[in-house]
Design a protein around this ligand. Sequence first.
Ligand code: NAD
Length: 455
Amino acid sequence: MSTRHASGSGTQSRRHFLRAAAAGAIGFPMIVRTQTLGKNAPSNRITLGIIGCGNQAEVDLKEWLAMEDVQIVSVCDVNRGSHGYKTDKQFLGREPVRDLIHAAYAKRSASGTFTGCGICSDFRELLARKDIDAVEVLTPDHWHAIMTIRAAEAGKDIYCQKPLGLTVRDGQEMVRAVRKHNRILQTGSQWRSNPHIRQFCNVVRNGKIGAVKHVETYVAANNFFGPGPGWKPMPVPEGFDYDFWLGPAPQAPYHQERCLYRFRFISDYSGGQTTNFGAHSNDIAQWGLGTDDTCPVEFENLGAEFPVPGSLYNTATKVNFRCRYANGTELVCKTDKRSFGVRFEGSEGWIYTNGRTIEASSEALKSWKPGPGDLHLYESANHYRNFIDCVRSRKEPLEPVEVGHHTATICHLGNIAMKLNRKIRWDPKAEQVIGDDEAGRMLQQPLRGPWRYGA
Ligand SMILES: NC(=O)c1ccc[n+]([C@@H]2O[C@H](COP(=O)([O-])OP(=O)(O)OC[C@H]3O[C@@H](n4cnc5c(N)ncnc54)[C@H](O)[C@@H]3O)[C@@H](O)[C@H]2O)c1
């Protein structure tokens, strides 16, 4: 893919790098025997940088490593390597993840060894590499916008993990940068590439349950609770650059329950399960409703619960909000033992899925598939593969930046309505709160200097 960096020294250094790689000088794995000839030749591989080597990196790496036409050439994390992630077994961070990549590529190399994946703790170093085509942003949410925007400025395509930003403003800035720099961005809400989900949304979009009146979307209960009031700061572990982890977020004393994996329960870094699981379930609701280009117009709290004041965690422990689209369709998003799922109720039936099975008001609905003349939703068998294919073709991926931004906006506005405990009115076109200055101010969070969206 060197032609995509068709100007100046970028092309030069990329070609030099690939020549060296093809010659084995910098330890590229011998992925396929015909690598110097066929479609998987080094000069034709998409080169990828990974920013954030934590819990979800374990999942996503498997996807990238399985692709013969993709080469991970660098990883970045502010954590050198430690325990303290979602499960006790996980030992993650830039060094363990780099080692995992080396081991995977070594298995495929003729020599049985591989040491060619770069490593860094500052993502700007990774973005400065001219030999990198695309990046995955796999950090906590408070970094998604800055990293995506800087990557777009550096001419990289981006697979950004959901949700697209910590705030509505983050999402707006991401949309602007991706479009300005003509980049491909895939939102990491991978359930859209699930065949049950597509079938489920096809049923609804083809009117098989009639006019949709009511949608329910489910999010998981919290799996960590953090310390309560009176919690004491802890020393920062060696090898962990805490200040860089905080980045644009406000200065705050270190606690081990703040950062790795647990960040999702603190509003300076994430929106709790509303944005964590809601970025999946509300995303499917948007797809099924055909409202990817807009958002509901009204949001209200239905009885959310929050940790007691003074606790380290401050996002909802019980999510429960309702929103209404301009055509009157209602969506209720709530904590539920089903963790993830969507239920549509229409004038002629109902249908539910959790991505593994489909339940419906009739057997016929469960197995209905669109035929000729019906609407067929965008088909992708694998979200990551779809991204790489679009990096090559320059076509829109399944979930481009605007779509991810609208889904995230629903989650953010739901959080604002639950927090303020009053009805919020939203103008989806202007992307503004109507008649509520306090809620309007919550659409963004000041970035701690020297961080700003663009370089
Ligand atoms: N699509 C899905 O199903 C899914 C599932 C889980 C998580 N996610 C998303 O993935 C993202 C990461 O979640 P996680 O569970 O892996 O979190 P995590 O805390 O386990 O991993 C994040 C990693 O990013 C690193 N990091 C933080 N700031 C950094 C910086 N400035 N530069 C480089 N590295 C930095 C951390 O040190 C950590 O190793 C979140 O946005 C989350 O919503 C998506």
